[in-house]
Design a protein around this ligand. Structure first.
Ligand SMILES: [Zn+2]
Length: 262
């Protein structure tokens, strides 16, 4: 990758950008206020970054050996059909992917691309998609689009925010499910897959307990069982505890207390 030659090619563009920034700074208080000046400098720096990124990606693609064919999921091979440049919207601005190559399978008609790492699942870069999805993660897509514009990040429609959120959400769900399947079972037959795991409680908010567990608990012996018996007997021997209790839920306790006192 001949970055030295690329730097020489871009020097005139660098110089022009710096000249524009100095002219804007000179106009502070006249043509620019502090906010507009900072926004202008930020925009110039982003434009410079976009040009460097675009040129660097092109140089990288030219320095790599482009394969003449790629394996296809159908078992045959996809063959190189030439370049298909495409523009993506990055956080720095529009960037054209010049060294983007198209492959096509003559057997199943499937196609794929090589050299489009900077393109996410839409026409935005992966980082741009992350920022848009983060802004729209609460579901208020219209407000998210307004916030993105207010912060100077992107001018997008609410439907674009929704589309990106849906795509990224689906990809995250599929990745989590795949990782869970890899961890817990190497091979799972479709009929063995658990559709849903649910935990329920009964209508009075008491957890359901296996009746046999109650029996086992009742027969439990040892220091904890002895302590439980001791607490119950001490309550029965204290009539004042019955008088202080007025809640309906303690009626049974009151009855046993009176019975103990008589
Ligand atoms: Zn194929």
């Amino acid at each position: 990758m001949n970055s030295a030659q690329a730097t020489l090619d871009l020097i005139s563009f660098f110089a022009e950008t710096i000249k524009r920034i100095f002219e804007a700074i000179a106009g502070l208080g006249k043509t620019h206020d502090p906010r507009s000046l900072e926004a202008y400098v930020l925009a110039q720096c982003k434009a410079l970054g976009a040009v460097i990124l675009e040129r660097g990606l092109a140089l990288r693609g030219q320095s790599l050996a482009v394969p003449m064919s790629q394996p296809c999921p159908c078992g045959h091979r996809q063959h190189h059909k030439g370049k298909r440049p495409r523009e993506v919207r990055s956080t720095l601005g529009p960037v054209t992917l010049e060294e983007r190559h198209y492959y096509h399978c003559d057997h199943c008609k499937a196609g794929s691309y090589w050299g489009e790492e900077l393109r996410g699942s839409t026409d935005f870069s992966p980082l741009a998609e992350d920022q848009i999805a983060w802004m729209g993660k609460e579901g208020a897509f219209d407000q998210a689009a307004k916030n993105l514009k207010h912060l100077g990040l992107f001018e997008v429609a609410a439907s674009t925010v929704r589309d990106i959120c849906n795509r990224l959400g689906k990809a995250v769900r599929e990745r989590i499910e795949h990782q869970a399947a890899q961890q817990h079972c190497s091979v799972v037959k479709p009929e063995e897959k658990v559709k849903r795991l649910g935990i329920s409680i009964d209508g009075v908010m008491l957890g359901r307990v296996d009746p046999k567990h109650r029996e086992r608990k009742g027969k439990k012996k040892g220091k904890y069982a002895a302590r439980r018996r001791s607490n119950t007997s001490s309550m029965k021997s204290k009539p004042w505890s019955c008088l202080s209790s007025t809640k309906p839920g303690n009626v049974a306790t009151n009855v046993s207390c009176h019975a103990g006192a008589h």
